[in-house]
Write a protein that binds this ligand. Structure first.
Ligand code: DGJ
Length: 725
């Protein structure tokens, strides 16, 4: 069984196929003993060593020698002897802010209870999944905390979350993390992502400092700037060796992931909702649920961590019809025509796309209200008849004849001040009376904590989707939150309103995705401004970045791939010169970069040369043949782009029969040694044929010696497709 408890030693052992997580109730506290490679069963009590040192920190009066400040804890609290960053901070009814959690009891059961109203990983029949719920309580205030640990044995993942229940006088929660992991050493490096709009998920790696390092968002969205995950690795860790611990938050709002190098040279990692500006009033007996954190550990490098998360997120976080199948090849109208289209132009683009084999045309922004620029009409989700006189039907019907589907863009969470919706309901947006309403991209954010608002959005989107013409929705979100006040929740903290907003968004998405199960939803926030595990639960793919430049995408997709599966990354071939950077890149390089994700085009096919149109036709056919492997294959980062003059990667299909290798030369250096790309994930003794050249190799040759990268010009690329013979 994945979870065992020994009542004599009071030890819990959580085992996955390759990892173990051990904790123990001692002196009333729930101690963290271990998270690492799989252990045998047994009493591991000696892992916890009381050092006896105090260094000015108080000792607990009832437990001889115990210094909480030097004790690894599962859910540390503010106000007693642990003076490191806590997982839980509470203000009690009497104004004191102490909470001291002691072990009360626990239960173990098969399967996984889902948190109320929040996205989370799930299990299916036949999965080896068990959950441990440990209850801790504070004897003085009566505050109760239940910690949930779900063990996905086959996936080598443990998920955690907490439920905090107020005692008989109620309390105010100031911080409630989803998970905390105390580690016995500080020989650790941090890997995280930073970025901005059009430059998301740049990867950074540096040694753990003493003090506290934190990535976070206060933007009312997980954001472009950081991503809600953290990787802690041993200094020697690389793709295939060394220790790595990953923590990913399944949440789309304000988050915080902190890591502290302590005075005793140990490490604490805490991840959860951002406590900045957050407070949550719990009436007596009321419960607050944190989002879920997903943890995995590997001693075989970053690749293993990525593979585990990719597998879990693909099969046990994403849901619905498109969960584990190849996504349709689509053409998005944004970079093809921006706001400048009418029915005729769309039909021409759609018909031309259909001839090239493209399966879906998406009408991006500009089809509704009076929208000809970004300064009006968000909220008025009715067709602009000046542009589309025949309505959506006028575009859908001719495309249907050609066998190509129709997708559409919405930005449902927003309202333009110049809109009928705003004129009718000026107080449906987030605002604080007496203060200016700051606009971002000329728009305000609707108050999704108000059920009237979510009902309105549900009804207006449903009216379009019920026509049955739409098979794909791009769900955009183009600004961050300010003046976070809500008429529905007067006097509440900014953090509470933001969290209630997300509860509203999640329940709206649940309703919509279950009412329209055949529609593929793609999330977007100016590209990757909300690329997080929370939204993947509802929408299995994300527009990775508004930067569609193939060269820039290499770095963005590299950072994204550390945690998120390839099929979640929407990647399109755009025009050259690129609209964001001006880079001129060969068609095949743009294709090679986009081919690793959920694939499509972001250009006007009617404006292409006959030669390029032929290339589109050929590459669409290639994606139809092989694209399925991005849904369930294994991805290997083979080299670059960070600090290198190239990027190389490969994906091996789940059945091991196909391996697709991508290579892009990002900078030419004359007369350097001839580069070899060594593949991974193949069977050494098996034989593979290069489908292009017909050459045959053994797996051991391809992995041991590699293939020669062609000597080419800057920004050129090569793709190999190997089939097992
Ligand atoms: C931002 C998105 O990221 C773009 O792809 C496009 O949909 C625009 N919004 C439309 O306004």
């Amino acid at each position: 069984m994945p979870i065992s408890f020994d009542s004599k030693s009071m030890q819990f052992q959580l085992d996955t196929d390759h990892t173990s997580y051990v904790m123990k109730a001692e002196d009333g506290y729930l101690l963290h003993l271990y998270y690492g490679a799989r252990l045998n069963a047994g009493d591991h009590s000696y892992f916890h060593r009381e050092t006896g040192r105090a260094a000015f920190s108080p000792r607990m009066e009832n437990c001889e020698g115990l210094t909480l400040d030097d004790t690894p804890l599962e859910y540390p609290c503010w106000g007693r002897g642990d003076l490191r960053s806590p997982a839980l901070e509470i203000v009690n009814a009497d104004g004191s802010d102490i909470v001291d959690l002691n072990y009360v009891n626990h239960t173990v059961f098969d399967g996984k209870p889902m948190p109320d109203g929040l996205p989370a990983t799930y299990c299916e029949e036949g999965d080896r999944v068990q959950t441990l719920a440990v209850t801790l309580a504070d004897a003085v205030s009566g505050v109760k905390v239940t910690l949930y640990y779900t063990v996905f044995a086959d996936y080598d993942v443990i998920t955690r979350r907490a439920e905090i229940t107020a005692g008989s006088s109620g309390c105010r929660i100031m911080k409630a993390a989803s998970a905390c992991v105390d580690m016995p050493s500080d020989e650790i490096e941090i890997i995280s992502n930073h970025g901005t709009h059009c430059r998301e998920r740049q990867t950074e790696r540096f040694p753990l400092p003493h003090g506290e390092y934190r990535i976070s968002s206060r933007r009312g969205a997980s954001g472009h700037v950081h991503n809600p995950y953290m990787l802690l690795v041993s200094p020697d860790a690389d793709e295939t060796s060394g220790e790595c611990l990953a923590a990913v938050l399944v949440y789309s709002g304000n988050f915080s992931a902190e890591v502290c190098g302590t005075q005793f040279d140990t490490t604490r990692m805490v991840i959860g909702i951002n406590p900045d500006g957050f407070s949550w009033q719990c009436a007596p007996g009321e419960t607050f649920s944190t989002p879920e954190a997903v943890l995995t550990y590997s001693d075989t490098g970053l690749e293993t961590v990525s593979h585990r998360l990719h597998r879990l997120f693909t099969h046990r976080l994403c849901r619905g019809k498109y969960r584990d199948c190849r996504r349709p090849v689509l053409l998005n109208s944004w970079e093809a025509c921006y706001f400048g289209f009418d029915s005729d132009r769309l039909v021409k683009i759609g018909e031309c796309s259909a001839e090239l084999g493209i399966e879906l045309m998406v009408i991006d922004d500009g089809w509704f209200g009076r929208r000809n620029s970004d300064n009006c009409s968000l909220g008025d989700w009715t067709v602009n008849r000046d542009k589309l006189p025949g309505g959506l039907e006028g575009v859908y019907a001719p495309l249907k004849k050609k066998g190509i589907g129709l997708g559409i863009w919405f930005e449902p969470e927003m309202v333009s001040p110049d809109s009928d919706l705003y004129r009718a309901h000026p107080d449906w947006c987030l605002h604080i009376d007496g203060r200016p309403r700051s606009e971002g991209r000329h728009q305000l954010i609707l108050d999704l904590s108000n059920p009237d608002v979510t009902d309105y959005i549900y009804d207006s989107l449903s009216a379009v989707l019920e026509t049955g013409m739409i098979s794909y929705v791009k769900w955009d979100f183009n600004r961050n939150m300010t003046e976070v006040g809500s008429d529905t929740n007067p006097g509440k903290s900014q953090g509470e309103i933001t969290h209630r907003y997300y509860l509203g968004l999640y329940s709206l998405l649940e309703r919509l995705t279950s009412s329209f199960p055949d529609v593929l939803f793609e999330s977007c926030s100016g590209g990757g401004g909300r690329f997080d595990a929370g939204l993947l639960y509802y929408m299995p793919q994300v527009w990775t970045s508004d930067n569609s430049d193939a060269i820039e995408r290499l770095e963005i997709q590299y950072g994204t791939s550390l945690v998120y599966p390839l099929s979640s990354m929407s990647a399109h071939v755009s025009a050259s010169p690129n609209h964001q950077t001006g880079h001129v890149t060969p068609f095949m390089t743009r294709f090679t970069a986009a081919f690793t994700g959920s694939f499509g085009y972001e250009l006007d096919p009617t404006a292409l040369s006959e030669e390029d149109r032929e290339r589109v036709r050929a590459t669409v056919a290639l994606y139809k043949k092989y694209g399925g492997i991005f849904a369930d294959g294994s991805y290997y980062r083979l080299g670059g782009p960070r600090g290198k003059d190239y990027a190389a990667w490969c994906t091996v299909s789940e059945d091991g029969k196909v391996c697709i290798v991508g290579y892009v030369l990002t900078k030419v250096r004359m007369n350097r040694s001839v580069r070899r790309i060594k593949l991974r994930g193949l069977v050494p003794d098996a034989r593979y044929r290069d489908t292009l050249s017909g050459e045959e190799y053994t797996g051991s040759e391809l992995m041991g010696f590699g293939v020669y990268a062609p000597e080419t010009l800057e920004y050129s690329s090569h793709m190999w497709i190997f089939e097992r013979i």
